[in-house]
Write a protein that binds this ligand. Structure first.
Ligand code: MN
Ligand code: MN
Length: 470
């Protein structure tokens, strides 16, 4: 029985319900179907280069053309710009004047924590061939031993010939792994701090053990055999590894998680979950009022530096080229456009994990299954380095979500002074746009296998679509 106080509580309290409760069957069906598409995309796109390639394919199927193919632009046109195969910017030109209304940006990143091969990776030691790696992004090193790994990336010969490599994903492919010590002999290791149990320098993948067949007395026959295999398969020599970008990623496939199949377990969901949901939403935007821009950036996990990272001016060039091709560009217009723009920085949030509850303030944490998670600010130690969204803008986003019945929560990344993090939010905010972090809560973030809720994935897709249609 509902009393007066109960009703008053419902009216006054900010209580977020689990999204799955009281959902209609067709709604559950939509959520499950959407996640199927997401999981199959993830299996094809484990690295930034693969994600960008798949995104271009999808965009072209949906009427997008390379910005350079257009001499001039008009409302309704759909364009993209590929930045060195590793980041991608897409836009649907709106009806409103960009100079007055700015643009509506959703920005995510398509790089994920992993192990990169060193420039001189291959060596032989006591009958084994190994490849040395340098980890990329924030990882807990012990998580990357004794799991199946695959190799993805490109190798460019000095003559410019580019070879794309993907070994380990196909059922008939071999996989690779990093060994760990047996518990019987691990007394010393087990007494170390967790962060020191596995050395970064020892994250070497095991790649072979058969010596090259010969009567001659030569050294490094196992290494020779591996190089011979690579030479026969790809026509490469050891020196070609110096000009390569080969990434070691978990071989795991994306799968439904739980008896109820309510969650997704997969590698690289930070931040491909936000990249995929925003990309899918953009594919369904036709003739928007405001110009819709989707950023899929690279190098977020190592600070967004370099010409494919968000700090690069390549994005400014993209927007400038749009202004040029609309025939409205003039000095300082780009600054004006950014100052009138709005952005959702679509990156994952740390989901509340009951097993590690002590790191979260449960009143200000993002929960799996309660919808998209807004972070007004990130940063660490007194909001340091944070892009703190303005209250006016948070209200604008709230209103948009509430009007469209999209479940959301406003959260922080962990308890005060316990850690922190950042996204690409500050980079676009520094240009003058209103920005808030707005993404999917994740468990086991940066681990080889990350967990999200299918409810939140679908909420993100709906939120992003609504933002661009506003
Ligand atoms: Mn991220
Ligand atoms: Mn991350």
């Amino acid at each position: 029985m509902e009393g007066i106080a109960d009703n008053l509580k419902k009216k006054l309290f900010n209580e977020k319900q689990i999204g799955w409760e009281n959902l209609k069957d067709d709604c559950i069906n939509d959520i499950m179907e959407f996640s199927k598409g997401y999981m199959s995309f993830l299996n094809k796109a484990k690295t930034e280069r693969e994600f960008v390639a798949e995104a271009i394919k999808l965009a072209r199927e949906n009427g997008f053309k390379d910005l350079m193919e257009y001499a001039s632009l008009n409302p309704g046109d759909k364009v993209y710009f590929v930045n060195r195969e590793k980041s991608l910017y897409l836009a649907v030109i709106g009806k409103e004047n960009i100079a007055d209304k700015g643009v509506h940006i959703i920005g995510s990143h398509v790089d994920s924590p992993r192990l990169d091969l060193k420039p001189n990776p291959l060596y032989e030691d006591t009958g084994f061939a190994f490849m040395k790696t340098h980890y990329y992004g924030g990882i807990k090193k012990y998580q990357w031993t004794t799991i199946p790994l695959s190799i993805h990336g490109v190798l460019v010969k000095a003559n410019g010939e580019k070879i794309t490599i993907n070994i380990g994903e196909n059922e008939n492919d071999p996989i690779f792994t990093i060994t760990d010590l047996l518990p019987h002999l691990a007394d010393e290791q087990m007494k170390k701090k967790l962060s020191e149990g596995v050395n970064g320098e020892d994250l070497n993948i095991l790649v072979g053990s058969i010596p090259f067949e010969t009567e001659e007395k030569i050294s490094e026959k196992v290494k020779l055999n591996i190089l011979n295999i690579l030479n026969q398969k790809y026509g490469i020599v050891e020196a070609d590894l110096m000009s390569s970008e080969l990434e070691i990623v978990p071989q795991f496939k994306a799968r439904s998680l739980g008896f109820d199949c309510s969650m997704v377990a997969a590698y690289g969901q930070d931040d491909k979950v936000c990249a995929y949901t925003s990309l899918k939403a953009l594919m369904e935007i036709d003739n928007p009022n405001n110009t819709a821009i989707c950023i899929l950036s690279d190098k977020e996990e190592i600070g967004s530096m370099g010409n494919t990272g968000m700090e690069s001016h390549a994005f400014d060039f993209f927007v400038s080229e749009i202004l040029n091709k609309l025939g409205i560009n003039k000095p300082n217009l780009l600054d004006r456009v950014f100052c009138f723009s709005k952005m959702l920085s679509s990156d994952v949030d740390a989901g509340y994990d009951p097993l590690y509850a002590y790191v979260s303030d449960k009143y200000n944490a993002g929960f799996l299954g309660k919808g998209i998670s807004l972070n007004k600010y990130t940063g660490a130690r007194g909001k340091s380095g944070a892009s703190d969204a303005n209250a006016e803008y948070v209200a604008w986003v709230r209103n948009m979500l509430e009007e469209n019945n999209i479940k959301y929560q406003v959260a922080e990344l962990g308890k005060v002074d316990i850690g922190g993090g950042g996204t690409i939010a500050y980079i676009i905010a520094n240009k003058g746009a209103d920005v808030i972090d707005c993404g999917v809560p994740v468990l086991s973030m940066h681990a080889p296998y990350e967990v999200t809720s299918k409810y939140d994935i679908y909420s993100a897709y709906r939120a992003y679509k609504t933002f661009w249609l506003k």
